[in-house]
Write a protein that binds this ligand. Structure first.
Ligand SMILES: Cc1cc2nc3c(=O)[nH]c(=O)nc-3n(C[C@H](O)[C@H](O)[C@H](O)COP(=O)(O)O)c2cc1C
Length: 167
């Protein structure tokens, strides 16, 4: 399987999670490419909150929208109980996924299932296939082993065929 692990991170937690997934995919024999979503400029905390609350994207330094392969892994933080503006910009850039499977992880101080659902809806608008998603509470994945355990669970679930899941 060819995977693209796309992430945004400021203080490094989402980056660690994305890197754990990228490493786990490779260890499981898949090809994986890690992509950091780089905004053209950063805004302060107040700007970040305002953009998030008003559902505005932050301009990205390049077009990341043409994702290739069989699996898109998207990892990013919740900001102000909303999709952060960098992930939102990526979702706006995203081209047709043509049934590609997806893992969607949204990390925060507390779990935000509503944000996970919003991102899933956007992935479906872009014709994602099977989506495995989780709202992640950062204190629940505070070690490398916990990140790898979560990664293992997600990869197993997303690669399972419908016959296997019905068995
Ligand atoms: C501007 C801002 C707003 C945030 N709002 C929320 C929030 O509403 N709910 C929550 O659980 N965490 C919130 N957080 C915490 C972030 O989700 C957390 O810092 C992030 O997942 C850490 O990721 P990083 O280390 O990859 O940057 C917020 C953080 C920032 C910077």
């Amino acid at each position: 399987m060819q995977a693209t692990v796309v992430y945004f991170s400021v203080s490094g937690k989402n980056e660690q999670m994305a890197k754990a997934l990228d490493r786990d995919l490779r260890e499981k024999g898949h090809n994986s490419v890690l992509v950091f979503l780089k905004p053209r400029r950063l805004v302060g905390v107040i700007g970040s909150v305002l953009l998030s609350v008003f559902s505005r994207p932050l301009e990205l330094s390049e077009d990341y929208g043409a994702v290739e392969g069989d699996l898109l892994v998207l990892v990013g933080p919740v900001w102000a109980s909303s999709i952060n503006p960098v992930t939102r910009a990526f979702l706006n850039q995203l081209k047709d996924l043509g049934g590609m499977r997806a893992i969607n992880l949204v990390c925060g101080f507390s779990p935000h299932p509503n944000v996970v659902r919003q991102i899933n809806r956007k992935l479906k608008e872009h014709h994602a296939g099977k989506i495995v998603s989780r709202p992640v509470r950062l204190r629940d994945i505070d070690s490398y082993d916990k990140m790898m355990a979560l990664s293992d669970e997600l990869i197993k679930e997303v690669t399972q065929t419908s016959a296997e899941s019905n068995a």
